[in-house]
Design a protein around this ligand. Structure first.
Ligand SMILES: O=C(O)CCC(=O)C(=O)O
Ligand SMILES: [Fe+2]
Length: 264
């Protein structure tokens, strides 16, 4: 079913081009407690399109982050989107913070999960692990880190993110000694709240494509319900599925958003 309620246009794109606010990097709390990386795993929801990592962050870490994020200067999106952009009604904080993106990439075990454990190339068959080539195919290249553009979303009752496609962006990571030319290939959403913390609604829902000539990878909607600490990854750019963040019915939905970056 192609969604129509509230839709300005299902072809609309989220506002990736709007300039990040010149906010100073926050003094983000430490990532603890964390679960051991070996307890984390990628669970495919739609093969090659949507992957989740359940309990990527512990409930205690999510709770502490929400308490911290509440103190940031979030701004409510104006209700009327620019032409061609999806209607998004939520409170948001955006910052360019490469140090935080790197911490999120390395300290949480995400790099290991996405790229595989170092030096174990060739052993993957025994463990049912992906080969380097399979990973490259899945993620759209050699993943080099996360998009330093960090977005924090808070949706309160009645807020939502209307149907849209996420774009791929070209960027240069400030790596040492030389910068790394990169592009984004997958959206990364980390849910910090769920029904367990009093948030009802707010599911991320993926739909069969409504673009003429584009073959859908699914024939019915895929509903990803909020789980505290769950990471949702989905392919974006040309292969992005039409999706929305459903209206929050009660409580607050908190999300950290960034993207996977591959070498270009
Ligand atoms: O909040 C959600 O569930 C969806 C967010 C989203 O689609 C986006 O950030 O592009
Ligand atoms: Fe999106």
């Amino acid at each position: 079913m192609a969604p129509s309620k509230k839709a300005s246009s299902s072809l609309a794109r989220p506002s990736q081009k709007s300039k990040p606010q010149a906010a100073p990097p926050p003094n983000w709390p430490a990532f603890k407690p964390l679960v051991p990386t070996c307890d984390l795993s990628l669970s495919p929801v739609v093969p090659s399109q949507i992957v989740v990592v359940r309990k990527f962050w512990t409930a205690a870490l999510c709770r502490d982050y929400v308490a911290f994020l509440k103190g940031l200067p979030l701004t409510t999106t104006p209700g009327k989107p620019k032409k061609g952009e999806a209607l998004r009604v939520n409170d948001r904080f955006q910052v360019l913070d490469e140090a935080f993106a790197n911490r999120l990439w390395i300290e949480t075990g995400l790099r290991e999960l996405i790229c595989g454990r170092d030096g174990e190339e060739g052993e993957e068959e025994d463990e049912g692990e992906m080969s380097k080539e399979q990973r490259r195919e899945l993620w759209g290249g050699d993943v080099v880190g996360l998009n330093p553009s960090i977005r924090i979303y808070r949706y309160t009752q009645g807020q939502f993110f209307d149907c849209h496609y996420d774009e791929s962006n070209v960027l240069t990571l400030a790596t040492k000694p030389t910068p790394t030319p990169a592009k984004t290939t997958w959206t990364l959403l980390l849910y910090l709240t769920s029904p367990a913390t009093g948030c009802q609604g707010g599911e991320t829902v993926f739909y069969p494509d409504d673009l003429p000539g584009k073959k859908s990878v699914v024939d019915k909607e895929i509903v990803v319900s909020l789980e505290t600490g769950m990471l949702l990854l989905h392919k974006h750019g040309n292969d992005c599925m039409l999706h929305e963040g459903r209206e929050v019915l009660s409580g607050e939905k908190w999300v950290i958003r960034t993207d996977l970056c591959v070498r270009r």
